[in-house]
Design a protein around this ligand. Structure first.
Ligand code: NG6
Ligand code: CA
Length: 508
């Protein structure tokens, strides 16, 4: 009797299970498939470097395909005029100036994002997404004194990514190796890697001691260890087999990004891919296929290379049948710079090209060109092509993507502007505190207020106006996009209003 009962109970249970599974399946069918999300994020690409923004001198047809085929933002901002703070902000939905360590990081810096912090990839992973990063990280690794020969932890895999294939810091900083899921790729245990930003390892060549080994001349900084003829920032010893090939880097990251997409598409798993290209940051090392192609020297050539890479990547999304179910965000981490530390003809061969478009300043600057960057959202068949002048920032992607997949983002600085990113609204931020090398300024509506800051007006080595001045600066961008007329004296009411708001937001 007991046995029969058990059997019938089991039967009942499996029946129930069957029904609930059926129900779930039906639900899934009626529910919309989760869109994939891809960030195509360039390094130091300026507002005027993309032909869809500034036609004429450099043709970037694949970037244009995203910009002209999606929503082209003319007031889209990176969160900072340098890399690490912008990358911190895009992944955490948090103003970088809230974290005092969010500055340009050396290759030995510890992880900048707290592993307990809620992040965009964590948010997506909780919703069943595969989350991957391919490319430049520059957010620190480990918790101090990293042993590059062991598992490097914490890193991207501890802040929300379940796959990572990265360069640790920048192309001009050691260690010049790729790291996959916390392990240096191709590391020979008999040739361990050592890295220091304080002193050289005895007997190792540097650009100062061995100028005959240098194939790319340094202009400022960049005179420590030499890898592939390129002098870098920082000292490195060993790891010969693991060293990357600079000219193959674009192809290499492309391959990794493509395999990631193919794998996830085959598994039918929604994915978030943060594809962080290294161009056109220094050292500019185009593959020989692109050498001389732009007529502007290596800087132009690597932009053409990046454009080609983007075209190939889009082809892969198409081939895998996922392009129409993928929201692509295309942008850059900060504005442009020509001479960023190497003699590479970026200045000499620039011709009529205007990397910053009509904007003043560049990378490192509080002026517009520091943070206002190419910024587009593209979703084939879903987003209608158009131009938006709405004020949006990369910080807002977290809340907006959260809204897209139906979750609250828990990132207080991030504003849900999903409708704007989808091209369905002109709703915008009312204000934004931008950052440049730890200094901040306020944009509100069409106005920008830059507080007084000590320091040089121009950083001579890179030849960029930084925005430092003894007095307040106030610009009306609706009439003066090039920030030529300081209205601080002629419009004291507006200035006061903005100072107040700025201090209120910054909590000073
Ligand atoms: C600067 C480097 C510059 C670049 C920048 C970081 C010198 C003199 N200059 O310190 O070449 O690497 O840091 O760029 O070393 S970023 O885009 O990653 O922020
Ligand atoms: Ca950068």
């Amino acid at each position: 009797m007991k046995i029969t009962q058990t059997f019938s109970l089991a039967g009942l249970l499996s029946g129930l299970l069957f029904f609930s599974c059926q129900e779930a399946n039906n639900k899934e069918e009626t529910q919309e498939v989760k869109p994939n999300i891809v960030f195509i994020y360039l390094d130091d690409l300026g507002y005027g470097d993309v032909s869809a923004y500034e036609a004429g001198t450099l043709e970037t047809p694949n970037m244009d395909r995203l910009v002209d085929g999606g929503v082209k933002f003319t007031n889209g901002y990176a969160s900072s005029a340098t890399c690490s703070p912008s990358r911190y902000a895009i992944l955490t939905g948090t103003y970088p100036w809230r974290n005092e360590n969010a500055k340009i990081l050396p290759g030995t810096a510890p992880l900048l994002i707290d592993t307990a912090q809620y992040t965009l990839p964590k948010m997506l992973r909780e919703q069943g997404y595969a989350t991957g990063i391919v490319g430049k990280w520059h957010l620190g690794l480990g918790s101090g004194n990293v042993d590059w020969n062991e598992e490097i932890n914490p890193g991207p895999n501890q802040v929300g990514f379940d796959y990572s294939y990265i360069l640790a810091a920048t192309q001009d900083r050691v260690p010049t190796v790729y790291i996959e899921d916390g392990r240096v790729v191709n590391l020979d245990p008999n040739d361990p890697i050592e890295v220091s930003y304080d002193e050289n390892f005895p007997g190792e060549p540097t650009a100062i001691d061995n100028p005959e080994l240098v194939e790319m001349k340094w202009h400022h900084g960049h005179n420590n260890s030499i890898v592939n003829g390129v002098p870098r920032i920082g000292f490195m010893k060993g790891g010969e087999a693991a060293k990357w090939s600079d000219v193959d880097m674009a192809d290499h990251f492309l391959e990794k990004a493509q395999s990631y997409v193919r794998e996830k598409a085959a598994a039918d798993q929604p994915f978030f891919l943060y594809y962080a290209l290294q161009q056109p940051h220094v050292p500019r090392t185009p593959h020989p296929r692109f050498e001389g192609k732009s007529g502007m020297g290596p800087r132009g050539d690597v932009i053409l290379e990046a454009d080609w890479v983007i075209g190939e990547f889009l082809k892969t999304l198409e081939e895998e049948g996922v392009l129409e179910n993928t929201l692509i965000v295309f942008s850059s981490d900060n504005g442009p710079v020509l001479n960023d530390g190497y003699y590479d003809e970026a200045v000499e061969k620039l011709g009529d090209h205007t990397p910053a478009g009509p904007l003043r300043g560049g990378k490192y600057s509080l002026f517009e060109a520091g943070t206002r960057v190419p910024f587009a959202t593209y979703w084939k068949g879903k987003i209608q092509p158009g131009v938006s002048d709405a004020l949006v920032t990369q910080i807002d992607l977290m809340a907006s993507i959260g809204a897209l997949i139906g979750v609250e983002s828990e990132a207080p600085d991030s504003q849900n502007l999903l409708a704007t990113f989808m091209g369905e609204s002109q709703e915008e931020r009312s204000e934004f505190v931008l950052e440049a090398t730890t200094k901040t300024a306020l944009r509100q509506g069409d106005w920008v207020m830059i507080p007084p800051y000590p320091g040089p007006a121009v950083q001579n080595q890179v030849n960029i106006e930084l925005g430092n001045a003894e007095g307040y600066q106030l610009y009306d961008l609706s009439e003066d996009i090039g920030q030529q007329n300081n209205l601080a004296e002629s419009n004291p009411e507006k200035l006061q209003e903005m100072i107040q708001l700025f201090e209120q937001i910054r909590g000073t």
